[in-house]
Design a protein around this ligand. Structure first.
Ligand code: HEC
Ligand code: HEC
Length: 247
């Protein structure tokens, strides 16, 4: 039927018919893909659709942990990411070791101080005053470590967190009994004794806030925060517990 140089007419017709069918099917498939493709895009791009996709993620990040109990990653993803995620406003970008190097060189205490109180375009607590100090510290540790530092996130739990919000008196008692008691029960090294009305009355003359400020910084044999490493709010609860039981 055929030689080495060409095809017989019957074969040519068969091949042409095959190619035509193939092209028609291909065009039909492409058309179908294009229309359904456009439909999907339109759905994805509406603001409502985007918000609906983002919402469950955002909510779970924030609400999985009670106030005060969020870890560094959760705080970062809920708050700090809005600037540090992309390096907005000149902020050091998350995970960018070179951008973070000059910041990390300042040391943990300065970084925490700036994160808590604000620094140039960096707002205090990233603009979220409801964060506890420990939550901010955890976020600083999380971001710092992602850029090569070796910080330790202040631990969750302990005497703090949800309990501190629920009942400061319980938290204060717990901290007193686990720590402050070692000096304040017996009045070691001149510490005002627990329950000693006269000793505490003299201390309280400048006002409770002033006394807490002094005790936070430390005073002679009284170490800063009495050696307590938790949040300021928790330390305050411990002072109040001692003061309220010495009236
Ligand atoms: C509105 C934007 C914004 C948000 C939100 C934000 N930051 Fe920043 N942050 C900045 C900017 C800008 C800088 C750079 C400031 C500079 O060095 O002048 C910065 C710098 C820092 C630094 C380095 C400070 C220093 O002394 O070098 C730390 C630590 C930090 N931010 C922690 C945080 C934490 C923790 C959060 C979330 C709780 C947060 N930031 C949220 C904008 C932001
Ligand atoms: C290592 C011993 C020690 C521990 C532990 C300790 N304190 Fe004290 N504290 C002292 C001494 C000593 C003073 C008195 C300092 C002075 O006046 O020279 C003092 C004073 C204070 C004062 C009064 C500050 C003022 O303005 O006069 C407060 C408030 C206080 N402590 C709270 C606490 C709390 C809360 C804890 C536990 C978290 C604690 N302390 C743990 C030794 C201690």
């Amino acid at each position: 039927m055929s030689d080495e140089n060409g095809m017989a007419p019957g074969q040519v017709i068969k091949v042409l018919a095959g190619v035509t069918v193939f092209i028609v099917v291909a065009i039909w498939l492409l058309a179908k893909l294009a229309t359904s493709g456009f439909n999907v895009d339109a759905e994805v791009m509406t603001k409502e659709a985007v918000a609906a996709r983002l919402k469950p993620v955002g909510l779970s990040v924030v609400s999985d942990a009670p106030p005060g109990m969020r870890n560094g990653e959760q705080v970062f993803k809920a708050i700090c990411i809005s600037c540090h995620g992309t390096g907005l406003a000149g902020s050091p970008k998350f995970g960018d070791a070179a951008a973070w190097a000059p910041h990390l060189a300042k040391g943990w205490d300065t970084l925490v101080d700036h994160a808590l109180k604000g620094f140039n375009a960096m707002p205090a607590k990233g603009g979220s005053p409801d964060l506890t100090d420990d939550e901010v510290k955890r976020a600083v540790a999380y971001m710092g470590n992602a850029a090569g530092a070796k910080f330790t996130e202040p631990p969750l739990g302990g005497a703090g967190g949800a309990a501190a919000v629920a009942d400061p008196a319980v938290v204060g008692k717990k901290i007193y009994e686990s720590l402050c008691i070692t000096c304040h029960a017996a009045g070691v090294a001149g510490a005002p004794k627990f329950g000693d009305k006269a000793a505490w009355a003299i201390r309280l003359k400048p006002g409770l806030d002033e006394v807490i400020k002094i005790a936070t910084k430390g005073l002679n044999a009284m170490p800063p925060k009495g050696g307590y490493t938790g949040s300021d709010a928790e330390f305050r609860a411990a002072v109040e517990y001692m003061v309220n039981n010495s009236k």
